[in-house]
Ligand binder design. Structure first.
Ligand SMILES: [Zn+2]
Length: 206
């Protein structure tokens, strides 16, 4: 759960509506075309931040899900986690699941660590609201060991904006703008972090 100490708002991480913190670094200014660069053996946002020196919020994380049998590309900011609950609702699907590694290679020609929305066709692309207005970001090139810099949403690819991201500590409350905190149960020892569970489930896929 995340909760607001100021107004009492509380919600499950998977469903919470909140405002994300600003990206850790401003986007480079300028009207650039996407440019490929080599990222040999690099598969996770953590490795990418180390390799490039850019914070996770500069990256677009690309996740492939299968919604009612159809592949859908879901995009969230690199430091954010996808809420599968919100995704399924946004996709209008009765059921959804993460795509399997062999499905991803078949559709994209690359493994999960090098995916991105540029050049993708014949597939629905949903982008989290936190990507709206961003520019010159970094994402996978759909080629193993390659990423693209200077990728601008709605210029270099088209996506439908939706609220797809899990709430997290530090988000601003939608009711009163105070920072939300992670709420822990008072007595039950069964609390488990959804964020951790999601990271584990997705492994290195992005
Ligand atoms: Zn509040």
């Amino acid at each position: 759960m995340v909760s607001c100490a100021q107004c009492g708002y509380a919600a499950n991480l998977e469903k919470a509506v909140s405002h994300p913190q600003a990206p850790a670094a401003p986007d480079p200014k300028g009207d650039f075309a996407p440019q490929a660069f080599h990222t040999p053996g690099i598969k996770t946002i953590g490795q990418l931040t180390e390799f490039t020196g850019h914070p996770a919020s500069t990256f677009i994380k690309s996740l492939v899900l299968v919604a009612d049998g159809q592949p859908v590309l879901a995009l969230v900011r690199g430091d954010h986690q996808l809420s599968e609950t919100k995704f399924q609702q946004a996709a209008g699907a009765r059921e959804s699941r993460p795509a399997r590694p062999e499905e991803i290679v078949g559709w994209f020609g690359a493994e999960a660590g090098s995916l991105g929305p540029v050049g993708v066709s014949g597939m629905r692309i949903l982008a989290d609201e936190a990507l709206r207005g961003r520019s010159n970001m970094i994402t996978g090139a759909n080629k193993d060991g390659e990423h693209l810099r200077d990728v601008t949403p709605q210029e270099d690819f088209q996506a439908e904006y939706r609220d797809l991201r899990q709430g997290e500590a530090g988000d601003a409350c939608v009711r009163c703008s105070a920072p939300l905190a992670l709420a822990r149960p008072s007595r039950s020892g069964t609390f488990s972090s959804s964020a951790t569970a999601t990271r584990t489930r997705w492994g290195c896929a992005f």
